[in-house]
Design a protein around this ligand. Structure first.
Ligand code: FNR
Length: 341
């Protein structure tokens, strides 16, 4: 199977396996406030992750790259979407373009159409410092995401089987790169133990990439006969993973994994996230309804977030970290068991 075919498979299966809605957000509630003492116009949606700032609390999370004409077109449209709505955007893993320069244009198109935007590069934890520098330079990236995807690798016959030394390599990159490093999971969640280890390093932020949305175990299991389907239900639900990581880490927490709508976004911010990533839902919307409708949808989400923050009396994203919330059911039990309630 060619790399291009694998990338196309991932898109097709991501769309067909869909979002599972197992994120835990349905067990998280805000407490209504009758006297918020605020006007909608006073609500500001700016994200601040250390030195990284952009005008929205949302970023488009890493998806495509490599794979030829169809992925180039998708990346061009995602880039225009980010430019028109002020979202930050991450490109998909750039390793293929570091190995084959012919693949560079599917990534470069993202910077070309959003020359002044907030753009994140993306590599796996096997990357060297030089590869990290080259990935940043390729798209003039403002930050570099390094993804952790142990379960996806294990479910791929051709995947990695040795995960030693990842933290040391990430630390080495963070110490030697000119832009911030964001460590991200890819749909299985960051535990408090992993968040603690990452907090001791010099990385700049943690994207908890939780369970409940796009599921790479399901995607890989559908692509072949040998099923490791015990991994299909594996992972830390997104709402839980935000709470676990925020409780123990002094790094900014980014939330992603199954974020579907404005209420999921505001609940993520309420649980402690500083910005929120969306991948599968945005890709699906773009491919099903086109660029213009997707731009309109994102603008609507921004307005909805402003209304929700107004109802909660919050002028800035950080204010959401202090609003009272009630947790119930599985998520309450989980956090109690983990000593985090
Ligand atoms: C991804 N994701 C991903 N992540 C990453 O760090 N590098 C990558 O190259 C890719 N590639 C990729 C392709 C496709 C088609 C999808 C749908 C996703 C994972 C993505 O960034 C995110 O972590 C997960 O999809 C969970 O978020 P959602 O989709 O539930 O919002």
């Amino acid at each position: 199977m060619t790399r291009a075919q694998r990338k196309q498979d991932h898109i097709n299966y991501a769309l067909s396996t869909g979002q599972q809605r197992k994120t835990g957000f349905d067990e998280v509630a805000f407490v209504h406030q009758s006297l918020p003492n605020i006007a909608v116009d006073e609500v500001h949606l700016q994200s601040e992750i250390g030195e990284l700032t952009w005008s929205s609390p949302i970023f488009i999370n890493a998806m495509t790259g490599g794979g030829g004409e169809s992925t180039t077109k998708i990346n061009q449209e995602l880039s225009i979407l980010s430019r028109e709505t002020g979202l930050a955007i991450a490109v998909g893993s750039q390793m293929s373009a570091l190995k084959d320069p012919a693949e560079r244009k599917t990534y470069e198109v993202v910077r070309k159409h959003n020359p002044d935007g907030m753009i994140f590069g993306n590599l796996g934890s096997e990357a060297t410092v030089q590869q990290a520098r080259d990935a940043v330079e390729m798209i003039r990236a403002d930050a570099l995401q390094i993804h952790l995807n142990v379960i996806q690798e294990l479910t791929m016959p051709e995947g990695d089987r040795d995960f030693q030394g990842a933290l040391e390599r990430i630390q080495n990159i963070a110490e030697n790169l000119s832009v911030p490093v964001i460590v991200k999971e890819t749909g299985f969640g960051i535990s408090k133990e992993a968040a603690e280890s990452l907090s001791d390093s010099t990385i700049s932020a943690i994207d908890i990439g939780g369970f409940g949305g796009t599921n790479f175990s399901k995607i890989e299991n559908q692509r072949r006969k040998r099923m490791l389907d015990f991994f299909d239900e594996w992972g830390i639900p997104t709402a839980v993973s935000i709470a676990e990581s925020y409780a123990v880490s002094d790094k900014p927490i980014l939330a992603s994994g199954g974020i579907q709508n404005s209420l999921d976004i505001v609940k993520s911010l309420g649980l402690g996230a500083s910005a929120v990533g969306m991948a599968g839902v945005i890709l699906k919307q773009l491919l099903e309804t086109g660029l213009n409708d997707t731009i309109e949808e994102v603008n609507q989400i921004h307005t909805d977030i402003q209304f929700l923050m107004c109802a909660l009396g919050c002028r800035r994203i950080d204010d959401l970290h202090k609003v009272p919330m009630v947790l119930s059911g599985h998520i309450y039990h989980w956090l109690e068991t983990r000593g985090l309630n």
